[in-house]
Design a protein around this ligand. Structure first.
Ligand SMILES: [Fe+2]
Length: 298
């Protein structure tokens, strides 16, 4: 029988006594799915899955996204993205250098954002490399009723480019990053997402916006939107981390989270020769939240 133990008072559970390399029964699948809905973040220790097995495990949550950058996927599976700071002998990067240092929910800048993200820790640095998570249901619950009413039917404007966002900075360590974000600013559209997202499975409301991707509010000037956004971001970035869980990886940890109710950020704090390598799979969302939220049938 598997063990599910909460890792903090506000979110996250650790699962032990499980080997995901074995076939996953329907019962186990249901237990894992329910655990993710309840705890939002799952930490499954000691797995060591091959890329193919990681894909197989991931697919219990739905259809996998295909990473846009095929160059940094594993040889075994094009669905598994390598996140790493390693450099090949020829000077090329082994994988995507994981940014994610500002609070965000994965892919909220596209029409149908990522649903679940799964990271398997292959190699951890001696120091740093943690991921912080924020429970966005609790963040929503913490807001004053007047603010909840005010944002109930508002839409955040999300954009992927950092040059469109005054709340983030571009790392000087990334060669060509400024050109990259400037090109994105011209070619990628803004996307509207509801500020209050009703979870399609649990029905719980959460705050769905982030300092990394939310750059404005539909129908408001910057001066009108800014104080609201600052107030909404405050509990996420609160130095006391009241609604948060910080995960320190061990090798072979498999960590997954529900992007519909969780924001996260990479803490960083490591560098070569210390290596961090993760294998990431992502489950695609099943529909656009803005359509779900505004449909007259719901
Ligand atoms: Fe992320």
């Amino acid at each position: 029988m598997i063990n599910v133990t909460p890792v903090s008072d506000v979110m996250g559970a650790e699962i032990t006594e499980i080997n995901l390399a074995n076939p996953i029964s329907l019962d186990l699948k249901v237990v894992l799915q329910k655990a993710l809905l309840k705890y939002q973040v799952l930490v499954i220790r000691k797995q060591n899955l091959t890329p193919d097995l990681q894909v197989k495990f991931s697919s219990i949550w739905g259809k996998l996204e295909t990473p846009s950058n095929i160059e940094y996927t594993t040889k075994e599976s094009s669905k598994v993205m390598i996140l790493s700071n390693e450099i090949n002998p020829d000077g090329s990067a082994v994988g995507v250098v994981d940014g994610g240092d500002f609070w965000h929910s994965d892919s909220s800048h596209i029409e149908i954002p990522s649903m679940v993200t799964i990271l398997q820790s292959i190699k951890n640095p001696e120091k740093g490399g943690d991921t912080e998570f924020c429970n966005m249901v609790e963040v929503y619950n913490s807001l004053p009723e007047t603010l909840k009413i005010k944002i109930e039917n508002l839409y955040g404007i999300h954009h992927v480019s950092k040059v469109k966002n005054k709340r983030v900075t571009i790392s000087p360590d990334r060669p060509g990053a400024k050109d990259f974000y400037e090109s994105q600013a011209k070619t990628r559209p803004s996307v509207l997402q509801p500020l209050v997202l009703k979870h399609p499975e649990t029905g719980q409301k959460s705050l769905y916006c982030s300092p990394r991707f939310t750059i404005g509010i539909k129908g408001m000037t910057e001066d009108e939107a800014d104080p609201i956004l600052e107030r909404l971001f405050a509990p996420i970035t609160d130095r006391n981390r009241p609604y948060h869980y910080r995960h320190k990886y061990k090798n072979n940890d498999l960590v997954l989270w529900d992007n519909r109710c969780v924001c996260h950020r990479a803490v960083g704090g490591y560098g070569l020769p210390d290596i961090r390598r993760m294998h990431r799979t992502v489950i695609a969302g099943t529909g656009a939240y803005n359509l779900q939220q505004t449909s007259p049938t719901q």
